[in-house]
Design a protein around this ligand. Structure first.
Ligand SMILES: Cc1cc2nc3c(=O)[nH]c(=O)nc-3n(C[C@H](O)[C@H](O)[C@H](O)COP(=O)(O)O)c2cc1C
Length: 172
């Protein structure tokens, strides 16, 4: 799909067909994340693939937004790997993970799959459920799969501010 069309047509898919996603397609999505830029190219992202019924039952036990999807990706970063800005010690891991997550999200839609970026979860419950070491920080969960036949964007999907409301020129 042409890029401008892709970013215009993408929406958060919240209704899924139960059929599984072919592993080759999952690999293509993961490859899009692998190509994402990260600070100093440190590549701190760690993407957890949950693709069995057992995995999804565990995810449902710690997060209400599994959306009955057949599988999910959990984008994390390792804070022992991510770049820290020397001026203020700011950890760029979350930015890196968000860029990786955006690549995944766009690849998912390019492959005519669907997903919703889920940020509403209890990180400690998620970490303990999937045995994440202390250094791993989960950033986003993507329940994903083939969109259900009647899947459609939520009502607020089209409500974007005008450019003039989000663009600042020269100075705040
Ligand atoms: C950082 C982030 C966190 C989000 N968390 C959730 C969430 O926990 N649950 C949910 O249903 N949608 C979540 N969303 C999806 C947004 O609600 C959605 O992207 C937004 O309303 C715009 O709709 P659209 O994706 O259909 O364009 C999240 C999106 C982002 C970028």
């Amino acid at each position: 799909m042409e890029f401008r069309e892709l970013i215009r047509e993408r929406y958060s898919v919240r209704q899924f067909d139960p059929r599984p996603v072919e592993p080759e397609l999952v690999d293509k999505v993961l490859e899009a994340g692998r190509l994402a830029p990260t600070a100093v190219n440190y590549q701190p992202q760690r993407v957890l693939v949950l693709d069995t019924a057992e995995d999804m039952a565990k995810l449902a036990g710690c997060n209400k937004y599994t959306l009955h999807a057949p599988m999910a990706l959990v984008v994390c970063y390792d804070r022992t790997v991510s770049w820290k800005r020397s001026y203020d010690g700011h950890d760029m891991g979350e930015v890196d993970a968000a860029i990786v997550a955006t690549h995944l999200m766009l690849a998912i839609h390019d492959l005519e799959l669907g997903a919703t970026w889920v940020g509403y979860f209890d990180p400690e419950t998620l970490k303990s459920t999937f045995c994440m070491p202390d250094s791993i920080v989960p950033v986003a969960i993507f329940p994903m799969g083939y969109p259900a036949a009647g899947a459609k964007p939520a009502g607020h999907h089209d409500k974007r501010l005008d450019l003039a409301q989000t663009t600042v020129r020269h100075s705040f």
